[in-house]
Design a protein around this ligand. Structure first.
Ligand code: BGC
Length: 423
């Protein structure tokens, strides 16, 4: 695996020469056998799903060899910066993981991706993918990626025994109840809320904004008439400040923060449902924990009835060194078999409407139901509502806020981020 922790500049060099073991720079017949698949699924839980799809790819494509160009770091905090440098330098991988929505639209508009209409026609994908998802990856009638899943961002994970020990009878439904429960946990001596690296705070912020503002006002933040300066946003940011004051020591990434809940050190963690794969998958890839006993879940406070969604999708970059190999990968990612192998391990539900629903149990059957009935809101951190410029500005603002806890400054920075996003 090419997943290593080095600087982005270092990674660009490393990746440019094939992540250390891609041997096809000379251009002979073997030259284009390897298919470089770029993602950030290296960590516990996430790598299991990728492996399941990779096994199908290997079975169906003896002429190609899967090359794992995954770059470590939850939510692609290293990978997305590296990818952008690689695309700028016209050194694309054969295919890469990109979030449906504003993030991908950025790559499309800068002319980095091939249209996949030919593949959608061949595989009749428009018949099996939800229209609202296709809309997010379409520009001027051309579709640019193959969505492999739907993840939910607004999930409150909790440890039932820790809640019981603090005298809490069930998951909090509103932001106010949540704050009251955090205080009870604090008094019980456990960590009220676990957090990971900086991006997990943006993840937390999106749930707090949604839970405080309500779905319509949250969705309006991403429209042309958005108003980030109003008093409701101030109130939501005050809530964010209060909630953050109950956070434990920041962990290195989302997995150790989630683990604090599963291990009974912390009561709550707000994280996407890739955490389910991590909690639930058997040891090696996951923690092998028991659902409802070691961990439980609810909609993040104030967001019941709304599915804050995101979708991992794969692309065909212009100039992909192994275009045929990339298309072979996209076919696996698009297939029912590929999605049904990948998603139960990844902690996500399939993008395809015709997947085998019996494979999605426990948390995943809940998620399928919610996806079918809930209102929708798009994730900030995971590329749906804000392009990379906007998301990066929000991340910077949240990073400063973590230091100074100044709500007025945070709000000013968010107003400026919206204004300067170019979206
Ligand atoms: C991705 C998920 C991934 C998560 C944590 C999200 O941005 O969409 O696939 O599991 O980050 O790394």
């Amino acid at each position: 695996m090419a997943a290593v922790a080095v600087s982005v500049a270092g990674l660009l060099t490393l990746s440019a020469c094939g992540g250390g073991d891609k041997q096809d720079t000379a251009g002979g017949p073997a030259a284009h056998k390897k298919v470089e698949v770029f993602s950030w699924w290296t960590g516990p839980g996430e790598a299991d799903g990728l492996k399941a799809m990779r096994d199908i790819f290997a079975k169906e494509n003896s002429n190609f060899e899967f090359f794992d160009a995954a770059v470590a770091g939850g939510s692609g905090d290293q990978a997305r910066a590296l990818l952008s440098s690689k695309l700028q330098a016209n050194q694309p991988p054969d295919t890469f993981q990109g979030h449906a929505g504003a993030e991908l639209q950025g790559y499309i508009k800068s002319g980095k991706l091939e249209s996949l209409n030919f593949l959608y026609d061949e595989l009749k994908l428009k018949d099996v993918l939800p229209q609202q998802l296709i809309d997010q990856i379409t520009v001027e009638g051309q579709v640019y990626s193959v969505p492999v899943n739907i993840h939910r961002s607004n999930v409150l994970w909790f440890n039932p025994s820790v809640l019981k020990g603090a005298g809490i009878s069930g998951a909090p439904k509103t932001v106010e109840e949540f704050v009251a429960d955090l205080e009870k946990v604090k008094k019980s001596g456990k960590i009220p809320l676990s957090i990971g690296s900086q991006w997990t705070l943006v993840h937390l912020l999106e749930s707090v904004l949604l839970g405080s503002l309500g779905t319509d006002a949250y969705n309006a933040l991403w429209t042309a008439s958005s108003d980030w300066s109003n008093a409701n946003v101030t109130k939501a940011l005050d809530n964010f400040k209060t909630i953050l004051s109950y956070a434990g020591t920041p962990q290195d990434d989302w997995q150790p923060a989630a683990k604090q809940v599963a291990d009974g050190e912390a009561a709550f963690n707000i994280m996407g449902d890739w955490a389910y794969g991590y909690f639930h998958n058997p040891p090696e890839g996951g923690l092998g924990k028991e659902s409802k006993k070691d961990f439980d879940w609810a909609a993040s406070p104030g967001t019941d009835g709304t599915f804050m969604w995101l979708s991992d999708s794969f692309t065909l970059p212009k100039g992909a060194p192994n275009r045929d190999g990339a298309i072979a990968w996209l076919k696996v990612a698009a297939s029912k078999e590929g999605q049904d192998a990948f998603n139960p391990l990844k902690g996500s539900i399939p993008a395809r409407k015709d997947a085998d629903q019996s494979l999605y149990k426990d948390y995943l059957s809940w998620s399928l139901e919610q996806w079918a009935g809930d209102k929708l809101a798009g994730s900030i951190q995971h590329g749906v509502v804000a392009n990379d410029t906007w998301r990066t500005a929000i991340t910077d603002a949240v990073g400063l806020f973590q230091q100074d806890k100044d709500v007025a400054k945070l709000q000013q920075a968010l107003v400026a981020a919206a204004k300067n996003s170019g979206q």
